[in-house]
Write a protein of this length. Structure first.
Length: 155
């Protein structure tokens, strides 16, 4: 069969490439400098979903020694159930207070079953601001989808 010599040649070639690659000294691995924390936030929200979900809540941003109350509203797809959420967020890449407001997006899977659920996640807005979330939730809910939230400062 002609296939066996071709497979053997491929295997020998692959071994040669592998041994050549291993013979070279490895370049030093450097990790990027960690992004400094810009601000922190706390929030409380309620989620209700039957196919499409809706979330609403309030929070407080702590930025440069001052606090700023805000409102959260959001939508998600492919969810069912209801829950309440208490959370904190580490805020990164916040260059100015005005950059905090806007639409944040995320994709993922989430579940709350029973009295307490916990989770982590991340959201990013168009201005590059990143929110790293830590949440505690209560209720019964399952979400499998893309979601987005809008954050606006209280007037």
């Amino acid at each position: 069969m002609k296939l066996v010599p071709i497979l053997a040649l491929c295997a020998i070639s692959a071994l040669g490439i592998t041994s050549t690659a291993q013979a070279r000294p490895a370049a030093p691995v450097t990790s990027p400098a960690p992004t400094p924390l810009s601000a922190t936030a706390t929030f409380k929200a309620t989620n209700i979903a039957i196919g499409v979900g809706y979330s609403w809540g309030h929070g407080v941003l702590s930025y440069k020694g001052r606090t700023y109350p805000f409102t959260v509203k959001g939508l998600s797809a492919l969810g069912i159930g209801a829950s309440t959420i208490d959370g904190t967020a580490e805020v990164y890449k916040l260059k100015s207070l005005a950059d905090f407001e806007g639409v944040y997006g995320a994709a993922g899977v989430g579940a709350t079953v029973g009295p307490i659920g916990a989770g982590t996640g991340g959201l990013t807005n168009r201005k590059g601001v990143e929110l790293r979330l830590n949440t505690q939730s209560e209720g019964l809910e399952l979400t499998l989808a893309i979601s987005g939230v809008t954050i606006e400062f209280d007037k």
